[in-house]
Design a protein around this ligand. Structure first.
Ligand code: BGP
Length: 492
C-alpha cells in the first residue's frame, strides 16, 4: 500500500517570470525581472538602468550576497543591445494549451504557476485591473479544468511591477501592503470556483538573498526587515480577504527551505546551525505560526532595526496565519566555522558535503533532505505541508532522433520522492502534494540560462534566445507519468 493519500496532488511548478514570456503583450506592464540580463554559474545576472534626467545608462549585478544599490536618479530600464531572457522565456503565453495537454498526459493533479502582477495591474498601483491580463489566466485555468488539473497559484514570484520600485521603493514601503491586497482580492473574485489554492510570496525568506524579488533597489538591512514585515502583513490581509470572498480558498506560505547540517560536532558549528535555522524559520514562525519570535526581535534590537508597524499588524498576524506551509527544497546545506571549500546551492552559501554528489552548478543531491525537512516543519507548526519545488538542473542533450535521456533526473527524483514517501508513511507527516520544479523547461532564476534545465519536457531554446520553442518529451516524462499513475507506488 502506498503511503500517499488518494487525493495527493502530484504535479509540476513554474513561475511567470521564467516561463510565461509575452512580456509586453495585451497591456502588461514592466516587471523587475524584465530588466534582468542573463548570466551563468560564474557570471551574475545584472539589472540594467537608465537615468532619465541625464540619459546615463548602466547595470548592477544581482548575485547572491552582492550589495545591490542603483545610483541616485537611476530607474530600472530595458537597454538596447542587452538580452533579457524573461521577455519570451519559454513562451507559455502562446503555448499554454499544448503545455497543459502535456501535463494532462503525465496525469498531473495540480499545476503550480504564478500570476504576473504587472499583467493584472501594469503599474501595480492602477485604479482598474487590465481585463486582457485577467482573461489570459481565465483561459489557462479553464484549460487546466479540462484535464482535471487543480491550479496552485503563486501571487508573487520575484516579479513585482517596476513602477512600485521606482515610485515607492518596492516592498520597503507599507504602500505595497494595500496594493497587494487589492491585487489578491481581484484574483480571488475573478477566479472564484476556478482556483482553490494560492501562495502569497514565493520563497518569502528570499528577500534576504535576492531583495530585487521584492522590488528593493537598495538592499539595506532596514529595508529588508521592513520589506519582510510588510509582506507578512500583506499575507495576513490576503488570508482575511480569502475568508471574506470564498471560504473554499486556502492560502499557503511559501518558504525556501534547505536542510542545514553542521559539518562537525564542534559546538561552534552547532551554534552556527542554530542561527542559520533561525534565519529561515523566523519567516515561518511569523507567517504560519502567527508571531514574531523573541530571537528575531532581539536581533533587530541589536542591529538597530526599527520596524514601521502598528498594533493592528500583530493582531492580523495572530488572527490570519497561513492555512498551510509550502516550501522549496532542492538539497541540503553544510555549515562550519572551520575553513572548508565553498559549495553551491539554492540561494545559500555553505561548504562541500563529502557524502553528496553535485551537479554542474554545485547543487548537491541529498537523498534524505525531504524527510528531514518535512519532519522538522511538521513538528514545529503542525500544519499541512506541500512541497512546491524540488528538482535538478541539468544541461540535457537532445539526440539526433529527438529523444532526451535524463536518467540523472529520474535518479534524483526517485531518491527525493522516496524520502518524502518515508515522511508520510513512516512518520505520519500530513502532506498535500508535490510539484516538481520547472516541469517544462524554463529560464533559470539564478543564472538566467536555458541550459540549466529542469523539465520533463525539453523546450528548443538556447541561452542567446535562439530556437523554435518546440516541445520534446524526455525519458523522465514517461517515468513521472508512471509514478503518478501508481500514486507513488512504482518508483522504478
Ligand atoms: C527557486 C525559485 C525558482 C527556481 C528555483 C531553481 O529559488 O523559487 O524560481 O528558479 O529556485 O533555481 P534556478 O532557476 O536558479 O536553478
Amino acid at each position: 500500500m502506498s503511503g500517499f493519500p488518494d487525493n495527493f496532488l502530484w504535479g509540476g511548478a513554474t513561475a511567470a517570470c521564467q516561463y510565461e514570456g509575452g512580456y509586453d503583450e495585451d497591456g502588461r506592464g514592466l516587471a523587475i525581472t524584465d530588466v534582468m540580463t542573463s548570466g551563468s554559474h560564474m557570471k551574475p545576472r545584472r539589472i540594467t538602468w537608465k537615468n532619465p534626467a541625464t540619459g546615463e545608462t548602466g547595470s548592477v549585478p544581482i548575485a547572491f550576497g552582492a550589495n545591490l544599490s542603483l545610483p541616485d536618479g537611476a530607474v530600472p530600464a530595458i537597454l538596447p543591445g542587452e538580452y533579457y531572457p524573461s521577455h519570451e522565456a519559454t513562451d507559455f503565453y502562446h503555448h499554454y494549451k499544448e503545455d497543459i495537454a502535456l501535463m494532462g498526459e503525465m496525469g498531473f493533479k495540480t499545476f503550480r504557476l504564478s500570476i504576473s502582477w504587472s499583467r493584472i495591474f501594469p503599474n501595480g498601483d492602477d485604479e482598474q485591473p487590465n481585463e486582457a491580463g485577467l482573461a489570459f489566466y481565465d483561459r489557462v485555468f479553464d484549460e487546466c479544468r479540462r484535464y482535471g488539473i487543480e491550479p496552485l497559484v503563486t501571487l508573487a514570484h520575484f516579479d513585482p511591477p517596476v513602477n512600485l520600485s521606482v515610485k515607492y521603493g518596492g516592498w520597503a514601503s507599507r504602500k505595497c501592503i494595500d496594493l497587494f491586497e487589492r491585487y489578491a482580492r481581484v484574483c480571488f473574485e475573478r477566479y472564484k470556483g476556478k482556483v482553490k489554492y494560492y501562495l502569497t510570496f514565493n520563497e518569502i525568506n528570499g528577500i534576504q538573498m535576492i531583495p530585487t524579488g521584492s522590488g528593493l533597489l537598495k538592499d539595506t538591512p532596514q529595508n529588508k526587515a521592513q520589506g519582510a514585515h510588510n509582506q507578512f502583513v500583506a499575507s495576513a490581509k490576503t488570508v482575511r480577504a480569502a475568508r471574506e470572498i470564498d471560504p473554499e480558498i486556502r492560502v499557503g506560505q511559501m518558504l525556501l527551505y534547505p536542510c542545514n547540517y553542521a559539518m562537525t560536532c564542534d559546538p561552534a558549528d552547532q551554534l552556527l546551525l542554530m542561527k542559520k535555522m533561525h534565519e529561515t524559520l523566523f519567516f515561518a514562525d511569523v507567517q504560519t505560526g502567527g508571531f514574531y519570535p523573541s530571537y528575531q526581535l532581539k536581533k533587530y534590537e541589536r542591529e538597530g532595526i526599527v520596524l514601521v508597524d502598528t498594533p493592528e499588524d500583530y493582531e492580523l498576524l495572530r488572527t490570519y496565519p497561513a492555512d498551510f506551509l509550502s516550501f522549496s527544497c532542492y538539497g541540503s546545506n553544510t555549515l562550519t566555522t572551520h575553513n572548508q571549500e565553498a559549495a553551491g546551492g539554492n540561494l545559500s552559501l555553505g561548504v562541500k558535503n563529502p557524502y553528496l554528489e553535485s551537479n554542474e552548478w554545485g547543487w548537491a543531491t541529498d537523498p534524505c533532505c525531504l524527510r528531514i525537512a518535512l519532519n522538522t516543519l511538521y513538528d514545529r507548526y503542525h500544519k499541512p505541508l506541500w512541497i512546491v519545488e524540488n528538482g535538478i538542473g541539468w544541461n540535457d542533450v537532445k539526440e539526433a532522433d529527438d529523444t532526451i535521456h535524463d536518467q540523472y533526473r529520474i535518479d534524483y527524483l526517485r531518491q527525493n520522492i522516496q524520502s518524502m514517501k518515508d515522511a508520510v508513511e513512516l512518520d505520519g507527516v500530513e502532506l498535500m502534494g508535490y510539484t516538481m520544479w520547472g516541469c517544462i523547461d524554463l529560464v533559470s532564476s539564478g543564472t538566467g540560462e536555458m541550459k540549466k534545465r529542469y523539465g520533463f519536457v525539453y523546450v528548443d531554446r538556447d541561452d542567446e534566445g535562439n530556437g523554435t520553442m518546440k516541445r520534446y518529451k524526455k525519458d523522465s516524462f514517461y517515468w513521472y507519468k508512471k509514478v503518478i499513475e501508481t500514486n507513488g507506488e512504482n518508483l522504478d
